[in-house]
Design a protein around this ligand. Structure first.
Ligand SMILES: [Zn+2]
Ligand SMILES: [Zn+2]
Length: 210
């Protein structure tokens, strides 16, 4: 696979951006679809065993080259969930592999896919307080990374940003804000005590511990 350094356009990883979202954005900006092996490697980082993650990591390292450490920053929240035994397999509504969800208003404003939207139990956008969109209201098919069209559009070519989402419930917004705090404490390296406090909240809450 061709390392990112050899592509003409090299977008910078944005704070809070997901790994799969960055891959999509990188190739999109270069007018390509994400190559199947790169997408498969990203999915292994999310859902694979440790051995598969190591293989996936070496594939992604070829792409990212010297900026591989940035990718690790993006993927750190995934490791955090695994460390807390709150893996994607514990999600009460497991999503098919490579399926994902979006906040259309965030896509409109920032043009990035947020790592927060991939965390278990996150069903709302804490910024816009609306429900996240898992499937396209126009064609009714789920959003998946392999089927996404260029420029953040569904396979039916309707841009994600054109949809409006219903208001999320108070609980959904609170849970999303909590997960955002956990994610930020982990990825920005807040004080160890803060991390421990948040980890404690995680394991004490039966709904979160899965
Ligand atoms: Zn939003
Ligand atoms: Zn559609």
């Amino acid at each position: 696979m061709t390392p990112f350094a050899r592509y003409p356009v090299r977008p910078v990883v944005q704070p809070g951006e997901s790994l799969a979202g960055y891959l999509y954005r990188f190739y999109n900006d270069n007018h390509h679809k994400v190559p199947a092996p790169a997408l498969a490697a990203a999915m292994q980082m999310y859902q694979g065993s440790e051995a598969k993650q190591a293989t996936a990591n070496s594939i992604l390292s070829v792409l990212f080259g010297k900026v591989a450490h940035r990718m690790h920053a993006t993927g750190r929240h995934i490791n955090y969930c695994q460390a807390q035994r709150v893996t994607f397999s514990h999600h009460p509504h497991p999503k098919p592999e490579a399926a994902t969800q979006f906040c259309p208003a965030c896509i409109e404003e920032r043009q990035i896919h947020k790592a927060l939207w991939e965390l278990p139990f996150v069903e709302a956008c804490p910024v816009h307080e609306t429900a996240l969109l898992e499937s396209c209201p126009t064609c009714d098919r789920p959003y998946t990374w392999s089927s996404l069209n260029h420029d953040w559009a569904c396979r039916c070519e309707i841009p994600i940003s054109e949809h409006t989402c219903p208001r999320a419930s108070r609980k959904q917004v609170q849970l999303a804000r909590f997960m955002a705090r956990v994610d930020s404490a982990w990825s920005t390296g807040e004080r160890q005590s803060d991390r421990r406090f948040l980890a404690g909240q995680f394991t004490r809450c039966p709904r979160l511990a899965g």
